[in-house]
Design a protein around this ligand. Structure first.
Ligand code: PLP
Length: 471
């Protein structure tokens, strides 16, 4: 393995690159034993190891090496967390500097120079008009913790109890967040979830919930929400908040149309309902804007940020309008809100993204990835839809058997077979959407056009072999 200096500083780091990519794995008994021990010891609820049964050894940027010596392009990137890829030298340097500085690493919500710098950097990354009147609450370190805080804040600030959310939505696995989930699988609990939740149709253009699509589908969605908010016989009380992902991630990479988002903003504003925008996955440059809501020129009342904001370490924050800051001292707490290493890594990540123009890069390379995938789509009827924003891209696989409806059914079995073939050939991809039929690409924002070309070649090759073997 070679080393080279990063473009930013003089840190030497071991490097994987495309040149190392075509490696053959050797059988490793130690790796097999690790995986066996994992299966024997860890919970039945474990998820990724079932689809990606790898014992990982080393990782740099886009690449991950497993214990058998196979190198993978990691297009899952910690479920969208690793904006700069694995072990980026700038985040490592920030963590080392923090460790060597003697700053307390655990501070509850007390302040330090590291925290002060993180908050300044994050506020500088927000749209200025929003930042000018915003406050920040540090939460427990996960996206779901952020969602829980946002819901609580909206309920306290409005004095109402209901929450509106959307089909296909994903906001985490804690009880409150789970109540807002579209996917019924994980919701099948023996007990009850958070009450007073109303699930609304999301503007999923490819499978329009009103079977209209396009601009008429947007109008239908907005008028449905308006009717719920205004009709004295809608059967639904005015909610405290509407929680929305601007681009649904786990739900199958579905970007909400700009006009729908603008309409939702107008309706919530008109009725005094807090708009909670969940940018846990889409935030910090991934979609080609620092925050995906910027595409629509709107602002949230409450913004939930996690994943990439901690530079790969656990961190979640809620940033909200000052006028909502009516909760009492101690109304929201949590022991692990003071992770200095995560704040330092987050500051370094935000600064690197800004200094290197990675937000614009995500927009440009996302277009490139989607254009290349659409070229492949011409030869594969099973690629029903290619969509996304920036480097948050999905391919919905569909059944090609005769007798399908105008929009064919999703083919989760094909997507699963493709995911497994890609894994064998060194590409880590995740699935999402209805029936797991959407193959998702969430590579680091540092991926190059050349790497995208290799990725799409691999995807095409794997899809050909899977389609050939199933026909
Ligand atoms: N919100 C969105 C949009 C997410 O994609 C996720 C996780 O994937 C969450 C919330 C929950 O985050 P966490 O898994 O850190 O609780």
């Amino acid at each position: 393995m070679q080393t080279r200096s990063s473009s930013m500083e003089d840190v030497q780091f071991p490097l994987f690159s495309l040149a190392h990519f075509r490696q053959q794995p050797a059988r490793s008994f130690e790796a097999e034993r690790m995986l066996e021990r994992q299966a024997a010891r860890e919970s039945n609820a474990r998820s990724y190891p079932r689809r990606i049964p790898l014992a990982l050894k080393e990782a740099h940027g886009l690449y991950v090496l497993d214990s058998r010596g196979q190198l993978f392009m990691d297009c899952l990137a910690g479920a969208g967390t690793l904006a700069l890829g694995h072990n980026h030298p700038c985040t490592l340097a920030a963590m080392r500097e923090t460790l060597d500085s003697g700053v307390p690493l655990h501070t509850l919500d007390l302040t330090t120079a590291v925290k002060d710098e993180f908050v300044e950097t994050l506020f500088n990354a927000l749209p200025p008009a929003f930042a000018a009147q915003a406050r920040i609450q540090f939460c427990g370190p996960t996206g779901a913790d952020g969602i829980e805080a946002a819901i609580k804040l909206a309920k306290i600030a409005t004095g109402r109890k209901g929450i509106f959310c959307f089909s296909g939505g994903y906001h985490g696995m804690t009880h409150g967040a789970l109540s807002l989930m579209g996917n019924l699988g994980p919701k099948q609990l023996p007990g009850s979830l958070m009450p007073d939740v109303q699930v609304l149709p999301y503007p999923y253009d490819y499978r329009c919930p009103f079977s209209i699509g396009g601009e008429a589908g947007v109008d239908a969605g907005l008028s449905y929400i308006e009717q719920l908010l205004t009709d004295p016989e809608s059967g639904v009380s005015l909610p405290a908040a509407v929680v929305v992902e601007v681009v649904q991630g786990e739900g199958g990479v579905i970007p909400a149309p700009t006009r729908w988002l603008q309409g939702l903003r107008k309706l919530t504003q008109a009725h005094g309902v807090a708009l909670i925008i969940d940018e846990v996955q889409s935030g910090i440059g991934r979609t080609g804007r620092m925050f995906a809501f910027e595409y629509a020129g709107i602002e949230p009342d409450i913004l939930v940020i996690s994943k990439a904001v901690g530079g790969g370490l656990p961190l979640a924050v809620v940033v909200y309008r000052d006028s909502l800051d009516v909760w009492k001292p101690g109304a929201h707490a949590g022991t692990f809100r003071g992770n200095q290493l995560a704040m330092a890594a987050g500051t370094a990540t935000l600064r690197y993204i800004q200094a290197q123009g990675l937000v614009a890069n995500a927009e440009r390379l996302g277009e490139h990835l989607m254009a290349r995938l659409r070229e492949v789509q011409r030869d594969f009827a099973c690629m029903g839809d290619v969509r996304g924003r920036g480097l948050m891209v999905g391919v919905e696989l569909v059944c090609t058997a005769p007798g399908q409806a105008r929009v064919p059914a999703g083919d989760g079995a094909l997507a699963k077979a493709l995911q497994q073939q890609c894994l064998r050939e060194g590409v880590i991809l995740e699935l999402g959407g209805r029936h797991g039929a959407v193959v998702r690409f969430l590579p680091p924002l540092t991926i190059s056009a050349e790497e995208i070309d290799v990725l799409v070649e691999k995807f095409q090759h794997c899809l050909s072999s899977v389609v050939a073997s199933t026909h």
